[in-house]
Design a protein around this ligand. Structure first.
Ligand code: C2O
Ligand code: CU
Length: 427
């Protein structure tokens, strides 16, 4: 393995590929095998789903500028697809049936290859019958390390897992209609799965929170840390902010950099869902908390195109076209024509109006977008999924600079399955 200092010393003689820091870009090869796994995650040992024998699947990792080369070998008895949530990648690699590829049948494989352009916390999950496959365990974390990573003692991933079990402690095989038309399939086993078991008091840590649950919006509280929220949905904040109680909807992520002052305890609406006990002490850092460099954010230029998206349906909702209970602009399920059909580089301002009695989290593929601040018209956070509460309205602004056909859907996967999905075309 090439030592970094040695490489930099000799770098002037070598034509550089990749990052400004002079670290050679590499290809990170992985094989992910969706398969049945025996798991006791709910407290009872039973067959569920996972990747490479693990539930959640293994964390896959690259350095910013590297290329992922991932063979997905389907060892299930049913079809599947893998989507790389939050990555701005080429359209054919997006893992969406109907729009970008066919389902991978049992015993077949598909090779995904894409560059890790953005550093941050992302994830991968099944995008086929996802309300079912993800709820059984077909998800994992995907991390892109900064070219020059912040100096922390521990880099810890936390998956906010939620599973519905029956009286026998086993995964509930029931999918009654009410799970699709209301708030979704909410579990009764909530747990924060930490990638480490303990942490030292005084250590500086990075905590990557990720909500892979099918429908639950967590209201996360964090005790035992003193520091800042530094990124949302993989994208570093322009201005880090204090740690506070926050909503984390399905698909969303939040990165924190902080010092450990007490055992780290995570809560959902005040109820404990997991903790990291202390294992001794370490000398506290002397330098200020490390910051993250921003990822590239394409700036809107020229005319801004506008569109409206009305979120409709659910329990008590009125009739509309298409197959399901939920609808977007009067159509349930993917409409024949895209919500927007634009040239690459077009800035789209989309007004999301939630006309239902339930919350929704709208996720756009292949891009990030700004949540607009209500009155001022200023841009807020740069995210890939936005939570729009019942009855609320929110504008998002997106520079559609990635050519292809991109899904826009509610990431409450029961809602997506029941029609809450549309798409955009960028040419
Ligand atoms: Cu996280 Cu369309 O998905
Ligand atoms: Cu929804």
């Amino acid at each position: 393995m090439i030592n970094r200092r040695a490489f930099i010393a000799s770098a002037s003689a070598v034509p550089l590929i990749g990052t400004a820091q002079g670290v050679l870009a590499q290809t990170q090869r992985y094989t992910l095998r969706p398969e049945r796994v025996m798991s006791d995650i709910s407290g009872v040992r039973q067959p569920l789903l996972g990747f490479n024998g693990q539930l959640p699947g293994p964390t896959i990792r690259a350095r910013q500028g590297d290329t992922f080369d991932i063979a997905v070998e389907n060892a299930l008895e049913e079809g599947t697809l893998v989507h790389w949530h939050g990555l701005r990648l080429p359209n054919p690699m997006d893992g969406v049936n109907v729009l970008t590829q066919d389902v991978i049948p049992p015993n077949a494989s598909f090779n995904y290859r894409f560059k890790a352009n953005d550093a941050g916390t992302f994830w991968y999950h099944s995008h086929y019958i996802s309300y079912d496959q993800v709820s059984r365990g077909l998800f994992g974390a995907l991390i892109v390390d900064e070219a020059d990573p912040p100096d922390v003692d521990h880099d810890i991933t936390v998956l906010l897992f939620d599973m519905l079990i029956g009286g026998d402690g086993r995964y509930s095989e029931e999918f009654p209609p009410g799970q699709f038309t209301g708030p979704g399939r909410l579990g009764n086993v909530e747990q924060a799965l930490f990638s480490e078991q303990t942490v030292a008091q005084g250590a500086c840590i990075r905590l990557r929170l990720l909500n892979p649950s099918v429908d639950r919006v967590y209201n996360v509280g964090i005790a035992g840390l003193e520091g800042q929220i530094v990124a949302l949905d993989g994208m570093p904040l322009v201005q880090p902010r204090p740690i506070s109680q926050m909503s984390l909807a399905p698909g969303q992520r939040c990165d924190i950099i902080a010092d450990v002052t007490q055992p780290v305890v995570l809560t959902d609406f005040g109820a404990e869902i997991g903790r990291l006990p202390l294992s001794g002490q370490t000398n506290p850092r002397r330098a200020p908390l490390p910051r993250l460099a921003l990822n590239h954010m394409p700036r809107p230029s020229g005319q801004i195109v506008t569109a409206d998206l009305l979120l409709q349906g659910g329990d008590g909702g009125s009739g509309h076209d298409g197959f399901g209970t939920w609808a977007l602009n009067d159509v349930s399920g993917l409409p024949r024509s895209p919500l927007a059909d634009v040239r690459r580089g077009t800035a789209l301002r989309l007004t999301l109006r939630n006309d239902t009695a339930f919350d929704h989290v709208m996720h756009l593929h292949g891009h990030h977008f700004w949540e607009m601040r209500d009155q001022t018209g200023e841009v807020g956070d740069y995210r890939d999924s936005t939570l729009v509460r019942a009855g609320e309205q929110r504008d998002i602004l997106c520079v559609l600079d990635n050519p292809g056909v991109w899904m826009l859907h509610c990431h409450m996967l029961s809602h997506q399955a029941d029609g809450m999905a549309t798409w955009l075309r960028v040419t």
